[in-house]
Ligand binder design. Sequence first.
Ligand SMILES: Cc1cc2nc3c(=O)[nH]c(=O)nc-3n(C[C@H](O)[C@H](O)[C@H](O)COP(=O)(O)OP(=O)(O)OC[C@H]3O[C@@H](n4cnc5c(N)ncnc54)[C@H](O)[C@@H]3O)c2cc1C
Length: 469
Amino acid sequence: MTFDVAIIGGGFAGLTAANHAALGGLRPLVFEAGDDDLYMCNSRVATGALHVAFHGPEESAEDLYTAILDVTDGTAREDLARAVADNAQATIDWMREEGGEFLQHPRRSWGMPMMAPGRAMRAGLDWENSGPNLFLQMLGEKLAARGGELRRGVRVGSLVVEGGVVTGVALESGERIAAKAVVIADGGFQADRELIREHITVDPQKIRQRNTETGRGEGLRMAADIGAALVGLDKFYGHVLSRDALTNENLWPYPQLDVICAKGMVVTRDGGRFCDEGLGGIYVTNAIAGLADPLSATAVFDSSVWEDAKENDIVPPNPSLVENGGTVLQADTLAALAAKAGLDAGGLAATVEDFNGMVRAGSAPALSPPRTTKVYPAHMFEKAPFYAIPLCAGITVTSGGIAVDGRARVLDRTGAPIPGLYAAGSVVGGLEGGPKAGYVGGLIKAFGIGRIAGREMAEQIAGSAAGTV
Ligand SMILES: Cc1cc2nc3c(=O)[nH]c(=O)nc-3n(C[C@H](O)[C@H](O)[C@H](O)COP(=O)(O)OP(=O)(O)OC[C@H]3O[C@@H](n4cnc5c(N)ncnc54)[C@H](O)[C@@H]3O)c2cc1C
Protein backbone atom coordinates (compact mmCIF):
# COMPACT_ATOMS: atom_id res chain seq x y z
CA MET A 1 0.00 0.00 0.00
CA THR A 2 1.55 3.34 -0.95
CA PHE A 3 0.65 6.71 0.49
CA ASP A 4 1.25 10.23 -0.78
CA VAL A 5 1.64 12.18 2.42
CA ALA A 6 2.72 11.37 5.97
CA ILE A 7 1.18 13.21 8.90
CA ILE A 8 2.66 13.17 12.39
CA GLY A 9 -0.11 13.24 15.00
CA GLY A 10 -3.76 12.20 15.05
CA GLY A 11 -5.27 15.23 16.82
CA PHE A 12 -7.56 17.71 15.11
CA ALA A 13 -4.68 19.31 13.18
CA GLY A 14 -3.40 16.02 11.77
CA LEU A 15 -6.82 14.53 10.97
CA THR A 16 -8.07 17.78 9.41
CA ALA A 17 -4.99 18.02 7.17
CA ALA A 18 -5.39 14.33 6.29
CA ASN A 19 -9.08 14.60 5.41
CA HIS A 20 -8.52 17.65 3.22
CA ALA A 21 -5.61 15.94 1.49
CA ALA A 22 -7.83 12.91 0.86
CA LEU A 23 -10.68 15.08 -0.42
CA GLY A 24 -8.17 16.63 -2.80
CA GLY A 25 -7.18 13.27 -4.27
CA LEU A 26 -4.24 12.18 -2.08
CA ARG A 27 -3.71 9.10 0.08
CA PRO A 28 -2.66 10.28 3.54
CA LEU A 29 -1.12 8.16 6.28
CA VAL A 30 -1.41 9.55 9.80
CA PHE A 31 1.03 8.27 12.43
CA GLU A 32 -0.32 8.51 15.96
CA ALA A 33 1.85 7.65 18.96
CA GLY A 34 -1.12 6.67 21.16
CA ASP A 35 -2.32 3.12 20.62
CA ASP A 36 -5.72 3.05 22.35
CA ASP A 37 -8.92 3.34 20.34
CA LEU A 38 -9.56 6.55 22.24
CA TYR A 39 -5.89 7.60 22.42
CA MET A 40 -5.34 10.65 24.55
CA CYS A 41 -4.57 14.00 22.95
CA ASN A 42 -5.54 17.58 23.69
CA SER A 43 -8.08 17.58 20.88
CA ARG A 44 -10.07 14.79 22.53
CA VAL A 45 -10.38 16.60 25.88
CA ALA A 46 -10.89 20.14 24.57
CA THR A 47 -13.82 22.11 25.90
CA GLY A 48 -14.78 22.92 22.32
CA ALA A 49 -15.08 26.72 22.09
CA LEU A 50 -14.19 27.58 18.49
CA HIS A 51 -12.97 31.15 18.30
CA VAL A 52 -10.38 33.42 16.76
CA ALA A 53 -8.85 35.56 19.51
CA PHE A 54 -12.18 35.21 21.36
CA HIS A 55 -14.19 36.37 18.35
CA GLY A 56 -16.68 34.09 16.64
CA PRO A 57 -15.20 32.51 13.46
CA GLU A 58 -18.13 33.84 11.44
CA GLU A 59 -17.23 37.48 12.02
CA SER A 60 -15.72 39.30 9.05
CA ALA A 61 -12.23 38.23 8.03
CA GLU A 62 -11.02 41.81 8.46
CA ASP A 63 -12.29 41.94 12.07
CA LEU A 64 -10.68 38.60 12.85
CA TYR A 65 -7.37 39.69 11.37
CA THR A 66 -7.46 42.89 13.45
CA ALA A 67 -8.33 40.86 16.58
CA ILE A 68 -5.30 38.57 16.06
CA LEU A 69 -2.92 41.49 15.65
CA ASP A 70 -4.48 43.28 18.65
CA VAL A 71 -4.26 40.34 21.04
CA THR A 72 -0.64 39.65 20.06
CA ASP A 73 0.36 43.34 20.11
CA GLY A 74 1.24 43.12 16.43
CA THR A 75 3.69 40.23 16.88
CA ALA A 76 1.69 37.67 14.87
CA ARG A 77 3.04 36.92 11.38
CA GLU A 78 0.83 38.91 9.07
CA ASP A 79 0.45 36.31 6.30
CA LEU A 80 -0.43 33.60 8.83
CA ALA A 81 -2.87 35.84 10.71
CA ARG A 82 -4.45 36.80 7.41
CA ALA A 83 -4.74 33.17 6.31
CA VAL A 84 -6.35 32.05 9.59
CA ALA A 85 -8.79 34.97 9.49
CA ASP A 86 -9.65 34.49 5.80
CA ASN A 87 -10.26 30.75 6.33
CA ALA A 88 -12.22 30.89 9.58
CA GLN A 89 -15.69 30.88 7.97
CA ALA A 90 -14.75 28.09 5.56
CA THR A 91 -13.30 26.13 8.47
CA ILE A 92 -16.53 26.10 10.47
CA ASP A 93 -18.54 25.48 7.26
CA TRP A 94 -16.43 22.39 6.61
CA MET A 95 -16.82 21.18 10.18
CA ARG A 96 -20.60 21.46 9.81
CA GLU A 97 -20.46 19.66 6.46
CA GLU A 98 -18.54 16.83 8.14
CA GLY A 99 -21.34 16.48 10.69
CA GLY A 100 -20.05 18.73 13.46
CA GLU A 101 -22.67 20.56 15.46
CA PHE A 102 -22.37 23.69 17.54
CA LEU A 103 -24.20 25.37 20.38
CA GLN A 104 -23.80 28.78 21.96
CA HIS A 105 -21.25 28.80 24.72
CA PRO A 106 -23.41 28.83 27.88
CA ARG A 107 -21.26 31.33 29.76
CA ARG A 108 -19.97 33.58 27.04
CA SER A 109 -22.10 36.08 25.23
CA TRP A 110 -20.04 37.08 22.24
CA GLY A 111 -21.28 34.53 19.72
CA MET A 112 -18.68 31.86 20.32
CA PRO A 113 -19.73 28.50 18.89
CA MET A 114 -19.07 25.52 21.09
CA MET A 115 -18.72 21.99 19.69
CA ALA A 116 -21.80 19.98 20.64
CA PRO A 117 -22.65 18.15 22.82
CA GLY A 118 -21.24 20.70 25.25
CA ARG A 119 -19.01 19.87 28.17
CA ALA A 120 -20.85 19.35 31.45
CA MET A 121 -20.07 22.30 33.69
CA ARG A 122 -18.20 20.47 36.39
CA ALA A 123 -14.73 20.26 37.89
CA GLY A 124 -12.08 17.83 36.62
CA LEU A 125 -11.24 16.36 33.22
CA ASP A 126 -14.50 15.45 31.56
CA TRP A 127 -14.52 14.51 27.88
CA GLU A 128 -16.29 11.23 27.09
CA ASN A 129 -19.61 12.69 25.96
CA SER A 130 -18.36 15.96 24.57
CA GLY A 131 -18.38 17.26 21.00
CA PRO A 132 -14.59 17.23 20.53
CA ASN A 133 -14.24 13.52 21.40
CA LEU A 134 -17.09 12.55 19.07
CA PHE A 135 -15.81 14.77 16.25
CA LEU A 136 -12.29 13.34 16.54
CA GLN A 137 -13.67 9.82 16.15
CA MET A 138 -15.76 10.94 13.20
CA LEU A 139 -12.70 12.44 11.44
CA GLY A 140 -10.83 9.14 11.84
CA GLU A 141 -13.73 7.21 10.31
CA LYS A 142 -14.09 9.68 7.43
CA LEU A 143 -10.39 9.43 6.69
CA ALA A 144 -10.62 5.66 6.36
CA ALA A 145 -13.68 5.98 4.09
CA ARG A 146 -11.69 8.40 1.91
CA GLY A 147 -8.80 5.98 1.42
CA GLY A 148 -6.47 7.33 4.10
CA GLU A 149 -5.20 5.57 7.19
CA LEU A 150 -4.78 6.45 10.85
CA ARG A 151 -2.02 4.16 12.15
CA ARG A 152 -2.02 4.09 15.93
CA GLY A 153 0.79 3.14 18.28
CA VAL A 154 3.49 4.45 15.93
CA ARG A 155 5.82 7.24 17.01
CA VAL A 156 7.72 9.23 14.39
CA GLY A 157 11.34 9.88 15.37
CA SER A 158 12.73 12.12 12.64
CA LEU A 159 12.30 13.57 9.18
CA VAL A 160 14.01 12.17 6.08
CA VAL A 161 15.63 14.84 3.92
CA GLU A 162 17.22 14.34 0.52
CA GLY A 163 18.80 17.23 -1.37
CA GLY A 164 17.09 19.76 0.89
CA VAL A 165 13.64 18.24 0.28
CA VAL A 166 11.66 16.39 2.95
CA THR A 167 10.95 12.99 1.44
CA GLY A 168 9.49 11.06 4.34
CA VAL A 169 9.70 10.16 8.00
CA ALA A 170 11.71 7.71 10.07
CA LEU A 171 9.72 5.88 12.73
CA GLU A 172 11.07 5.26 16.23
CA SER A 173 11.45 1.61 15.19
CA GLY A 174 13.94 2.72 12.51
CA GLU A 175 11.61 2.01 9.57
CA ARG A 176 11.53 4.72 6.90
CA ILE A 177 8.34 5.75 5.15
CA ALA A 178 8.57 7.70 1.89
CA ALA A 179 6.13 10.57 1.29
CA LYS A 180 5.72 13.42 -1.15
CA ALA A 181 5.03 15.74 1.76
CA VAL A 182 5.02 15.59 5.57
CA VAL A 183 2.86 17.49 8.05
CA ILE A 184 4.05 17.94 11.63
CA ALA A 185 0.99 18.04 13.90
CA ASP A 186 2.27 16.60 17.17
CA GLY A 187 0.55 19.13 19.43
CA GLY A 188 3.32 21.36 20.88
CA PHE A 189 6.07 21.07 23.53
CA GLN A 190 4.20 21.76 26.78
CA ALA A 191 4.90 18.31 28.23
CA ASP A 192 8.66 18.39 27.59
CA ARG A 193 10.16 19.48 30.93
CA GLU A 194 13.54 20.31 29.41
CA LEU A 195 12.09 22.67 26.80
CA ILE A 196 9.70 24.18 29.33
CA ARG A 197 12.59 24.89 31.70
CA GLU A 198 14.56 26.47 28.87
CA HIS A 199 11.77 28.75 27.65
CA ILE A 200 8.94 29.13 30.17
CA THR A 201 9.65 28.51 33.86
CA VAL A 202 12.60 27.91 36.17
CA ASP A 203 10.85 24.88 37.67
CA PRO A 204 8.57 22.73 35.47
CA GLN A 205 7.57 20.67 38.52
CA LYS A 206 5.89 23.75 39.96
CA ILE A 207 3.44 24.27 37.13
CA ARG A 208 0.44 22.04 36.46
CA GLN A 209 0.26 20.19 33.14
CA ARG A 210 -3.28 21.18 32.18
CA ASN A 211 -3.29 18.85 29.19
CA THR A 212 -2.88 15.20 28.19
CA GLU A 213 0.95 15.37 28.21
CA THR A 214 1.14 14.03 24.67
CA GLY A 215 2.82 17.14 23.21
CA ARG A 216 6.43 16.31 23.98
CA GLY A 217 8.21 18.68 21.62
CA GLU A 218 9.24 15.91 19.22
CA GLY A 219 7.92 17.74 16.16
CA LEU A 220 9.68 20.92 17.23
CA ARG A 221 12.97 19.10 17.63
CA MET A 222 12.75 17.17 14.36
CA ALA A 223 11.99 20.39 12.48
CA ALA A 224 14.80 22.29 14.22
CA ASP A 225 17.19 19.44 13.40
CA ILE A 226 16.71 20.05 9.68
CA GLY A 227 17.00 23.84 9.93
CA ALA A 228 13.43 25.03 10.58
CA ALA A 229 13.00 28.40 12.29
CA LEU A 230 11.34 28.41 15.73
CA VAL A 231 9.44 31.41 17.00
CA GLY A 232 7.88 32.77 20.24
CA LEU A 233 8.70 29.85 22.53
CA ASP A 234 8.34 31.84 25.76
CA LYS A 235 4.54 32.04 26.03
CA PHE A 236 1.76 29.53 26.51
CA TYR A 237 -2.00 29.24 26.64
CA GLY A 238 -3.24 28.15 30.05
CA HIS A 239 -5.28 29.14 33.07
CA VAL A 240 -4.68 29.97 36.70
CA LEU A 241 -5.43 26.98 38.95
CA SER A 242 -5.60 26.24 42.64
CA ARG A 243 -2.17 25.14 43.90
CA ASP A 244 -3.91 21.97 45.07
CA ALA A 245 -4.30 21.01 41.39
CA LEU A 246 -0.69 19.82 41.53
CA THR A 247 -1.84 16.88 43.63
CA ASN A 248 -5.64 16.78 43.24
CA GLU A 249 -6.87 15.41 39.89
CA ASN A 250 -10.32 16.95 40.40
CA LEU A 251 -8.92 20.47 40.22
CA TRP A 252 -7.74 20.57 36.62
CA PRO A 253 -8.53 21.61 33.91
CA TYR A 254 -11.38 23.24 35.84
CA PRO A 255 -12.26 25.14 37.94
CA GLN A 256 -9.96 27.90 36.77
CA LEU A 257 -9.31 31.02 38.83
CA ASP A 258 -8.78 33.53 36.04
CA VAL A 259 -11.78 35.71 36.85
CA ILE A 260 -11.06 35.66 40.59
CA CYS A 261 -7.52 36.88 39.87
CA ALA A 262 -8.70 39.51 37.41
CA LYS A 263 -11.31 40.91 39.81
CA GLY A 264 -9.16 40.65 42.93
CA MET A 265 -5.38 40.82 43.07
CA VAL A 266 -2.46 38.42 42.92
CA VAL A 267 0.46 38.81 45.31
CA THR A 268 3.70 37.05 46.25
CA ARG A 269 4.73 36.23 49.86
CA ASP A 270 5.83 39.82 50.49
CA GLY A 271 2.21 40.90 49.95
CA GLY A 272 3.07 42.83 46.78
CA ARG A 273 1.47 42.60 43.34
CA PHE A 274 3.71 41.52 40.45
CA CYS A 275 1.53 41.61 37.31
CA ASP A 276 -1.41 43.37 35.66
CA GLU A 277 -4.33 41.17 36.71
CA GLY A 278 -6.68 43.11 34.44
CA LEU A 279 -5.06 41.55 31.37
CA GLY A 280 -6.81 38.30 32.25
CA GLY A 281 -5.97 34.78 33.31
CA ILE A 282 -3.85 33.67 30.35
CA TYR A 283 -1.50 36.58 30.94
CA VAL A 284 -1.54 36.06 34.72
CA THR A 285 -0.76 32.34 34.47
CA ASN A 286 2.24 33.16 32.25
CA ALA A 287 3.37 35.70 34.86
CA ILE A 288 3.05 33.12 37.65
CA ALA A 289 5.07 30.56 35.68
CA GLY A 290 7.74 33.23 35.16
CA LEU A 291 8.22 33.96 38.90
CA ALA A 292 11.50 33.03 40.58
CA ASP A 293 9.32 30.67 42.67
CA PRO A 294 6.23 29.72 40.61
CA LEU A 295 4.56 28.48 43.79
CA SER A 296 4.68 31.84 45.55
CA ALA A 297 1.53 33.44 44.07
CA THR A 298 -1.71 33.86 46.02
CA ALA A 299 -5.02 35.40 44.93
CA VAL A 300 -6.54 37.74 47.51
CA PHE A 301 -10.01 39.16 47.15
CA ASP A 302 -13.04 40.29 49.10
CA SER A 303 -16.45 38.70 49.51
CA SER A 304 -18.00 40.58 46.58
CA VAL A 305 -15.54 38.80 44.24
CA TRP A 306 -16.23 35.42 45.86
CA GLU A 307 -20.00 35.90 45.54
CA ASP A 308 -19.55 36.91 41.90
CA ALA A 309 -17.56 33.70 41.32
CA LYS A 310 -20.78 31.69 41.62
CA GLU A 311 -21.68 32.74 38.10
CA ASN A 312 -18.91 34.18 36.01
CA ASP A 313 -16.60 31.48 34.77
CA ILE A 314 -16.64 28.44 32.51
CA VAL A 315 -16.84 26.25 35.60
CA PRO A 316 -17.50 28.65 38.49
CA PRO A 317 -15.03 28.05 41.34
CA ASN A 318 -17.60 28.91 44.02
CA PRO A 319 -18.54 26.41 45.39
CA SER A 320 -16.87 23.75 43.17
CA LEU A 321 -13.32 24.53 44.30
CA VAL A 322 -14.12 23.83 47.95
CA GLU A 323 -16.40 20.90 47.11
CA ASN A 324 -13.52 19.26 45.24
CA GLY A 325 -10.95 19.73 47.97
CA GLY A 326 -9.34 23.04 46.98
CA THR A 327 -8.02 25.44 49.63
CA VAL A 328 -9.97 28.68 50.17
CA LEU A 329 -8.77 30.68 53.18
CA GLN A 330 -11.11 33.14 54.84
CA ALA A 331 -10.72 35.80 57.58
CA ASP A 332 -12.49 38.88 58.86
CA THR A 333 -9.42 41.11 58.74
CA LEU A 334 -6.57 41.52 56.30
CA ALA A 335 -4.00 40.82 59.00
CA ALA A 336 -5.66 37.53 59.92
CA LEU A 337 -5.88 36.57 56.24
CA ALA A 338 -2.17 37.32 55.74
CA ALA A 339 -1.32 35.10 58.71
CA LYS A 340 -3.40 32.21 57.37
CA ALA A 341 -1.99 32.51 53.84
CA GLY A 342 1.66 32.97 54.87
CA LEU A 343 1.81 36.51 53.44
CA ASP A 344 3.64 39.49 54.90
CA ALA A 345 0.87 41.37 56.74
CA GLY A 346 2.47 44.81 56.45
CA GLY A 347 3.19 44.31 52.76
CA LEU A 348 -0.36 43.16 52.05
CA ALA A 349 -1.90 46.06 54.00
CA ALA A 350 0.21 48.56 52.03
CA THR A 351 -0.71 46.92 48.72
CA VAL A 352 -4.44 47.00 49.51
CA GLU A 353 -4.30 50.61 50.71
CA ASP A 354 -2.48 51.70 47.56
CA PHE A 355 -4.85 49.65 45.37
CA ASN A 356 -8.02 51.01 47.00
CA GLY A 357 -6.73 54.59 46.86
CA MET A 358 -5.99 54.36 43.15
CA VAL A 359 -9.29 52.64 42.37
CA ARG A 360 -11.18 55.33 44.34
CA ALA A 361 -9.37 57.98 42.32
CA GLY A 362 -10.16 56.18 39.05
CA SER A 363 -6.40 55.73 38.48
CA ALA A 364 -5.98 51.94 38.64
CA PRO A 365 -4.07 51.87 35.30
CA ALA A 366 -1.41 54.10 36.94
CA LEU A 367 -0.68 51.52 39.67
CA SER A 368 2.67 49.78 39.61
CA PRO A 369 2.37 47.21 38.12
CA PRO A 370 -0.52 48.77 36.15
CA ARG A 371 -4.06 47.44 36.57
CA THR A 372 -5.77 47.49 33.17
CA THR A 373 -9.53 48.06 33.49
CA LYS A 374 -10.72 47.55 29.90
CA VAL A 375 -12.20 44.07 30.36
CA TYR A 376 -12.24 43.69 34.16
CA PRO A 377 -13.06 46.92 36.05
CA ALA A 378 -11.01 47.27 39.26
CA HIS A 379 -13.03 46.96 42.49
CA MET A 380 -12.19 48.33 45.92
CA PHE A 381 -10.99 45.58 48.21
CA GLU A 382 -13.28 46.33 51.16
CA LYS A 383 -16.09 43.88 51.91
CA ALA A 384 -15.28 41.32 54.65
CA PRO A 385 -14.83 38.45 54.94
CA PHE A 386 -11.59 38.45 52.94
CA TYR A 387 -10.31 35.44 51.02
CA ALA A 388 -7.03 33.97 49.76
CA ILE A 389 -6.36 31.05 47.39
CA PRO A 390 -2.84 29.66 46.87
CA LEU A 391 -2.25 29.44 43.10
CA CYS A 392 -0.28 27.61 40.49
CA ALA A 393 0.09 28.15 36.76
CA GLY A 394 -1.70 25.64 34.52
CA ILE A 395 -0.12 25.11 31.09
CA THR A 396 -2.48 23.86 28.38
CA VAL A 397 -0.51 24.30 25.16
CA THR A 398 2.57 26.22 24.12
CA SER A 399 1.91 29.29 21.96
CA GLY A 400 5.18 29.33 20.04
CA GLY A 401 6.73 26.71 17.82
CA ILE A 402 7.69 26.01 14.22
CA ALA A 403 7.60 29.03 11.90
CA VAL A 404 5.17 28.59 9.00
CA ASP A 405 3.85 30.96 6.35
CA GLY A 406 0.22 31.58 5.40
CA ARG A 407 0.26 28.36 3.35
CA ALA A 408 1.31 26.26 6.37
CA ARG A 409 4.74 25.69 4.81
CA VAL A 410 7.54 25.29 7.34
CA LEU A 411 10.18 28.01 7.01
CA ASP A 412 13.91 27.69 7.45
CA ARG A 413 16.04 30.21 9.36
CA THR A 414 16.38 32.41 6.25
CA GLY A 415 12.57 32.55 5.92
CA ALA A 416 12.41 30.25 2.87
CA PRO A 417 9.96 27.31 2.79
CA ILE A 418 11.49 23.87 3.35
CA PRO A 419 10.21 21.85 0.36
CA GLY A 420 7.84 19.06 1.34
CA LEU A 421 7.30 20.13 4.95
CA TYR A 422 4.16 21.59 6.55
CA ALA A 423 3.01 22.12 10.14
CA ALA A 424 -0.42 22.63 11.72
CA GLY A 425 -2.02 22.95 15.15
CA SER A 426 -0.32 23.66 18.45
CA VAL A 427 3.16 22.98 17.09
CA VAL A 428 2.90 26.14 14.97
CA GLY A 429 4.53 29.36 16.18
CA GLY A 430 4.13 32.92 14.97
CA LEU A 431 0.36 33.26 15.40
CA GLU A 432 0.09 33.63 19.19
CA GLY A 433 2.07 35.18 22.04
CA GLY A 434 3.66 38.61 22.25
CA PRO A 435 4.19 40.65 25.43
CA LYS A 436 0.72 39.89 26.83
CA ALA A 437 0.66 36.18 25.91
CA GLY A 438 -2.03 36.77 23.28
CA TYR A 439 -4.16 33.68 22.68
CA VAL A 440 -5.75 33.15 19.27
CA GLY A 441 -7.23 29.68 19.85
CA GLY A 442 -6.00 26.09 19.97
CA LEU A 443 -8.90 24.75 17.92
CA ILE A 444 -8.72 27.32 15.14
CA LYS A 445 -4.96 26.65 14.91
CA ALA A 446 -5.73 22.95 14.52
CA PHE A 447 -8.78 23.05 12.22
CA GLY A 448 -7.86 26.23 10.34
CA ILE A 449 -4.17 25.60 9.70
CA GLY A 450 -4.82 21.86 9.27
CA ARG A 451 -7.28 22.69 6.51
CA ILE A 452 -4.80 25.04 4.85
CA ALA A 453 -2.04 22.39 4.98
CA GLY A 454 -4.27 19.66 3.53
CA ARG A 455 -5.50 21.82 0.67
CA GLU A 456 -2.02 23.13 -0.06
CA MET A 457 -0.63 19.57 -0.36
CA ALA A 458 -3.53 18.60 -2.60
CA GLU A 459 -2.85 21.54 -4.87
CA GLN A 460 0.90 20.98 -4.99
CA ILE A 461 0.87 17.21 -5.37
CA ALA A 462 -2.45 16.25 -6.95
CA GLY A 463 -2.86 19.59 -8.70
CA SER A 464 -6.23 20.01 -7.05
CA ALA A 465 -7.93 20.88 -3.82
CA ALA A 466 -11.14 19.73 -5.50
CA GLY A 467 -13.85 18.41 -3.27
CA THR A 468 -12.74 20.36 -0.24
CA VAL A 469 -14.77 23.30 1.02
C1 LIG B 1 -8.60 20.74 28.80
C2 LIG B 1 -8.43 21.47 27.50
C3 LIG B 1 -9.45 22.30 27.04
C4 LIG B 1 -9.28 23.00 25.84
N1 LIG B 1 -10.30 23.76 25.38
C5 LIG B 1 -10.15 24.46 24.23
C6 LIG B 1 -11.22 25.24 23.71
O1 LIG B 1 -12.34 25.26 24.24
N2 LIG B 1 -10.99 25.98 22.59
C7 LIG B 1 -9.78 25.97 21.95
O2 LIG B 1 -9.62 26.68 20.94
N3 LIG B 1 -8.76 25.18 22.38
C8 LIG B 1 -8.92 24.43 23.49
N4 LIG B 1 -7.91 23.62 23.93
C9 LIG B 1 -6.68 23.53 23.12
C10 LIG B 1 -6.89 22.56 21.95
O3 LIG B 1 -7.52 21.39 22.42
C11 LIG B 1 -5.55 22.19 21.30
O4 LIG B 1 -4.81 23.35 21.06
C12 LIG B 1 -5.76 21.44 19.99
O5 LIG B 1 -6.70 20.41 20.13
C13 LIG B 1 -4.42 20.89 19.52
O6 LIG B 1 -4.63 20.05 18.41
P1 LIG B 1 -3.37 19.34 17.75
O7 LIG B 1 -3.90 18.43 16.73
O8 LIG B 1 -2.37 20.37 17.35
O9 LIG B 1 -2.67 18.54 18.95
P2 LIG B 1 -3.19 17.26 19.77
O10 LIG B 1 -4.64 17.20 19.85
O11 LIG B 1 -2.42 17.29 21.05
O12 LIG B 1 -2.71 16.02 18.89
C14 LIG B 1 -1.35 15.74 18.68
C15 LIG B 1 -1.18 14.24 18.55
O13 LIG B 1 0.16 13.96 18.12
C16 LIG B 1 0.58 12.75 18.74
N5 LIG B 1 2.04 12.72 18.72
C17 LIG B 1 2.90 13.47 19.46
N6 LIG B 1 4.17 13.17 19.13
C18 LIG B 1 4.11 12.23 18.15
C19 LIG B 1 5.09 11.52 17.41
N7 LIG B 1 6.41 11.74 17.58
N8 LIG B 1 4.69 10.59 16.51
C20 LIG B 1 3.36 10.34 16.30
N9 LIG B 1 2.38 10.99 17.01
C21 LIG B 1 2.76 11.92 17.90
C22 LIG B 1 -0.01 12.83 20.13
O14 LIG B 1 -0.11 11.55 20.70
C23 LIG B 1 -1.37 13.48 19.86
O15 LIG B 1 -2.38 12.51 19.69
C24 LIG B 1 -8.06 22.88 25.11
C25 LIG B 1 -7.07 22.02 25.56
C26 LIG B 1 -7.24 21.31 26.75
C27 LIG B 1 -6.16 20.38 27.21
